[in-house]
Design a protein around this ligand. Sequence first.
Ligand code: EPU
Length: 417
Amino acid sequence: MQKLIIQGGSPLRGEITISGAKNAALPVLCASLLTRDTLQITNLPFLKDVTTMLALLEQMGTNVIANNPSEVALTAAHLSNPVAPYEMVKTMRAAILVLGPLLARTGEANISLPGGCAIGVRPVDQHIKGLQAMGAEIKIEHGYIHAVAKRLEGTRIVMDMVTVTGTENLMMAATLAAGTTILENAAREPEVVDLANCLVAMGAEICGAGSDIITIKGVKSLHGATHHVMPDRIETGTFLVAGAASGGEILLKRACNKTLDAILDKLLEAGATIETEENQVSLKMNTKPKSVNFRTAPYPAFPTDMQAQFLAMNCIADGTAIVTETIFENRFMHVQELKRMNANIEVEGNTAIVRGIKQLDGANVMATDLRASASLVIAGLIAQGETVIDRIYHLDRGYEQIEKKLSQLGVQIKRIQ
Ligand code: EPU
C-alpha cells in the first residue's frame, strides 16, 4: 500500500492550478447515458473515482474515447448491459448516479445497493422514493436495486432531506420523463447547477437549479453536447486551509470564487487576507490562525467536505473551537489520528471541541476516508518533524496530483510503496 511522507514546518508559497470538480464530473459522466449522441467532457479531473466511473459506463456499452486525461468523449448509442455490479459500486458510492439516467433511457436498471461507508450509513431511499413517484417499479433483491419503467412520468417530489446525488439522479431521470417534474427541497450545491447546465446543453428543459425547487419539463430525447466541468471548490478550500494553517502565501488559479463564500468567511475569521479575481483566489496568512467555530450544513452553508481540513487547522489555532457535523453521523475519524499527533480534541456526539496547541508532532497516521486524508496532509504540513500517512488511496479518489501540487508550493513530500 502506498504512503505519503511529509516533512512539516514550511509555509506554503507559490501558485497552482485547481482541477475540475470530482463531484461535478461524476454526475456529468452519467448524463452521457441519456443520449445516443456523443457527450464531450472537458476539464475532467484525473482521479480514481473518475476512472472507476468510466469503466462502469464502458461495461454498460458506452464507447469511451479519452483524447487526453482531462478530455473524454462518451457515446452511449447502444446500452447492452444496464447493470452496476457490486464490485464497482462498493469502491465508489457515486455509482448510484447511473440509476436515474439508465432507467429513463432504457426502461430498466440493476444497480448494486451501495452499503454503508466509513463516514455514515448513507441510505439511498430518497433516490428510490423519487423514481417510484415517477412510476418506476422497484424491487430490492439480493443486494440489488431492480428498477423498470416503460416511460417515467413527471410529478411533484418533496425530498425528506437535502440530498446532493439524490437531486442529481432525479433531475437526470426527469429530463426524459413524460410531463413536468418538480423537485422540492432540492440540493442547491454548485455541482447540481453544473450538471443542470450540461443537461440543458444536451436539450433538457430545466429551471431553478441552484434553488431548492427545480422544475424539469421532460423531452423525448436529448442530444450530444460539450461540457466543461466546473473547478473543484473542495480542492480549492483544502489548499486555502493548508496555506492558512502553515502561515503561507498562495495563489490558486482557475478557481471558482462564487462557490466559496462559507469557506472564505471562515478563513477571514481565522485571520487570513484573501483577494479574489474572476478565476483566481489568493491567500496570505501572517499570524497564527485564530480558532473558528462552525457547523456543517447543505450549501450555501459550511460544507461537510471541508470539516476535517478546518478541524486540522483548529488544532494549532489560538483558542478553542466548537465544530458540529450535521450531515454524516461518523465523520470524525480523523480525530483519533490527529490525536496521535498530539492534538487536543474531545468528541461528544456530533460535536468536536478542539483546543489549540502550540504545535503538532509528526507521527505515523492512517487515512480513513477522502477528506480525513486531506486533514492529515494539512496536519503533516504544519507538524514538527516527519508524518507518514498510510492508505492514501483514499486521497487519490479525490485530489489530482496532490504531491505535485504541494511540491510546487514548497512542501517536502514524497510517495512511497
Ligand atoms: N440521505 C438519506 N437518504 C438518501 C440520501 C441521503 O438519508 O436517499 C442522507 C445521507 O445519509 C446524509 C445526508 O442525507 O446524511 C446527505 O447526503 P447526500 O445524499 O447529500 O450525500 P451524497 O449525495 O451521497 C455528496 C457528495 C459527498 C458530500 C455530500 C454532502 C458526491 C459524489 N458526493 O454525497 O462528497 O459529502 O454530497 O455534501 O457528490 C466527498 O467528496 O468526500 C464526499 C463524501
